[in-house]
Design a binder for this molecule. Structure first.
Ligand SMILES: [Zn+2]
Length: 690
């Protein structure tokens, strides 16, 4: 579920952007030395280490348009502040100013997006333009041009991930806040490089968002149609979800096999280009045959042609992915400390080193508990595993109430968004917050009807409110809408604590989205209890552990494929899209052969290469398995917490955006690890028999 935070801080982090063109080139070494000497003469030897660092940090980002060597000299002499009351005052001013900047841009963006985000009548073309308009788009560069960024860089230390990991555990909250303050100005990428990045990501996103397969037109080798008319599935999400849904279908197996075959053809780019997003053609994946369809079940999109061309898609998938790599490569020279996108993604964005992520993923993939779990699944299925069973979905606890029964209950209770808002204090009390905290939180959460599926729009200044958006139908909130509302409420509570009661606004938030999703899930999993529909059943915990383990195991392999593909790109920067396709197919098969083939009894499967986010999101997929592991540890912590949940939830929400490792240690008392999940899986296997 979507979660929205302040607008302009996110971008440089998301893109992992850092450092300026030809760092230090605009100010000669001699001028730097001269400035350092003048400052040391003025402030004394006690300040010399800070002076050296501050002057170098400014030099690194200073461009000729910021002024000549003389201007640089004058600037650092005028703006350097020695330790003590003056520097404390400078810190406080920055903290407040950035809180205001973030805070108002956040509310402004929220207001501009009102038409697209809220159910307030027909969507106008203007709404889309307003939503795409980002008033904070140039703030980052403006802060450099106005030299505010340089004041921060002169007086507060930039830190490396190594330092934050090695020393962060002993840092004071103020030291963390200073690290985040300076860190905000650790990127200054030329506009044309950013523009190419934006274009590459957005074009890949557009390509992915129109990659539909019309399933009624996907035929078996004997010409049968296994899927209903009109069924259009977006690759890969809908394909995978349809495959998962078919586990409860008595005749699901041939359909699942057909979906897996479609996925393989997409990864290998053997899918006929004309068959993509085209309901006018029938396609037989097994033979590659294409024919004009005698069945008309869906309105074709513009450009879809009734021409039976069987030419394969000309490596478009890999061309788009590779273009993101090329755009990131243009950015590489601007990051002396993080010269590849891989470094930036892990060390700047996630703040977990790649080697550590790989170790975590492999600890799941190589765990001996995999075999008994695989046997358990085969037994539940009553057949041998097939490759697509990486998506086995049968561990979900059986529902005690039908969706229709639940819809009736929630619609009656919440006919409008206002009815949910009025119930907030009770909901929060039942979740374990004190009367006083429940009131405090409820006063700071606005509930509104969403146009889409729902999201939590967090505030960035303490005098703003969190916004809970969920779907409210004509006849009230159905169960899906309610379930999302409870999830988003978890985000909102974390957001309110993290903005209104945290010790420094510079530390608001959580290390990354996996953490806030984990906290939101703690709420969401209690949704039925909040309706008075009983607590969890015995055995449910075991099923949940197995479900988590199997899902984590699947996506861990996907993440490895993604990571190895990026390393291949850096090793072969001039390779063609076709060569890249061959490499990804081989990597997907290698990872499969290493970690899955023995369990499934089949080699050379390509399915791990199907994830769309590999193509359009630049090394995003490792966040999924990390999210599973983080969520498991956090949820387990709450299950073991004695006493009301509220106090503990508040404590966790106030740790703020330290590194994932520091957050985990403070939150649950141990580092990020797969062990709790693996232990729980072992217990589940023992209880249910493997
Ligand atoms: Zn969420």
């Amino acid at each position: 579920m979507r979660l929205i935070r302040s607008p302009w801080v996110g971008l440089s982090l998301a893109l992992g952007i850092r450092a300026g063109t030809g760092a230090g080139a605009a100010v000669p070494d001699a001028a730097g030395a001269e400035a350092r000497a003048a400052l040391t003469a003025r402030h004394g030897e006690a300040e010399s280490a800070r002076i050296d660092r501050g002057v170098e940090q400014v030099r690194r980002y200073w461009r000729s348009e910021d002024g000549d060597a003389r201007a640089f000299h004058d600037f650092v002499l005028a703006e350097f502040v020695p330790q003590g009351a003056a520097r404390d005052a400078l810190f406080n001013r920055f903290e407040f100013a950035l809180e205001r900047l973030d805070g108002y841009f956040t509310s402004l963006n929220r207001d501009l997006r009102r038409g697209t985000d809220l159910e307030i009548g027909p969507l106008l073309p203007l709404d889309e333009r307003l939503a795409a308009f980002d008033p904070a788009a140039h703030v980052s560069e403006d802060l450099f041009q106005s030299k505010l960024a340089f004041v921060a860089l002169l007086n507060f230390p930039l830190t490396t991930l190594e330092q934050r990991l090695a020393q962060g555990g002993t840092w004071s909250r103020r030291q963390w806040a200073e690290a985040r303050l300076a860190g905000r100005f650790s990127s200054r990428v030329p506009a044309e490089v950013n523009a190419r990045l934006t274009r590459a990501y957005s074009e890949a996103g557009t390509y992915i968002s129109a990659y539909n397969v019309y399933m009624h037109h996907v035929l078996t080798s004997d010409g049968r149609r296994l899927f209903p008319a009109g069924l259009r599935l977006l690759s890969h999400w809908n394909l995978r979800d349809e495959l998962k849904a078919r586990y409860t279908d008595r005749d699901g197996l041939p359909r699942q096999r057909l979906i897996a075959l479609v996925m393989d053809r997409i990864v290998r780019q053997e899918i006929p280009a004309a068959a993509v997003n085209n309901p006018l053609l029938d396609w037989t994946p097994e033979t590659g045959a294409v024919a004009v369809s005698p069945v008309k079940d869906a309105e074709p999109t513009v450009g879809a042609r009734a021409e039976a061309a069987r030419e394969r898609e000309p490596d478009e998938r890999y061309r788009r992915w590779r273009e993101i790599f090329q755009a990131e490569r243009q950015a590489d020279p601007h990051y002396p400390d993080h010269p590849t996108f891989i470094d930036r993604r892990f060390n700047l964005g996630r703040e977990i080193p790649e080697a550590e992520v790989r170790r975590l993923l492999e600890s799941v993939l190589t765990s001996p508990v995999s075999e008994p779990v695989a046997r358990l699944i085969a037994r539940r299925l009553g057949r041998k595993l097939e490759p697509f069973d990486v998506w086995y979905a049968g561990f979900k606890p059986r529902a005690r109430y039908s969706e229709a029964e639940l819809d009736e209950i929630t619609r009656k209770r919440y006919p409008t968004a206002a009815a949910y808002a009025a119930d907030l204090p009770r909901l929060l009390r039942e979740l374990g917050f004190s009367e006083e905290k429940a009131r405090f939180l409820a006063e700071r959460i606005v509930v509104e009807p969403a146009r889409g599926s729902g999201h939590a729009f967090g505030p960035a200044r303490p005098d703003d409110k969190a916004h809970l958006r969920t779907r409210v139908g004509e006849h009230g909130m159905d169960y899906k809408g309610y379930n999302i509302a409870v999830h988003e409420m978890g985000h909102n509570v974390e957001q309110v604590f993290s903005v209104s009661t945290i010790d420094s606004n510079l530390l608001r938030g959580v290390p990354n989205t996996a953490f806030t999703e984990a906290l939101a899930f703690v709420f969401q999993s209690r949704d039925l209890a909040l309706l008075g529909l009983g607590a969890s059943e015995p055995g449910e915990e075991h099923l949940r552990a197995l479900e988590e383990f199997w899902a984590t195991r699947e996506i861990a392999g996907v993440a490895l494929v993604d990571m190895e593909a990026w390393h291949w790109l850096y090793a072969h920067p001039e390779a063609s899209p076709a060569q890249f396709r061959e490499a990804v197919v081989r990597i997907a098969q290698d990872v499969w052969n290493r970690h899955y083939a023995a369990l499934f009894g089949v080699r050379d499967v390509t399915l791990l290469g199907i994830y769309s986010h590999m193509v359009d999101s630049g090394l995003y997929t490792p966040d999924y398995p990390l999210g599973h592991l983080i969520a498991f540890q956090v949820e387990q912590h709450f299950r073991r917490t004695k006493g009301p949940m509220g106090t503990e939830f508040e404590r966790l929400s106030r740790i703020g955006s330290v590194t994932p490792d520091a957050w985990m240690r403070q939150a649950v008392g141990s580092p990020l690890s797969a062990q709790p999940l693996l232990e729980a899986t072992k217990n589940a296997v023992r209880a249910l028999g493997g």
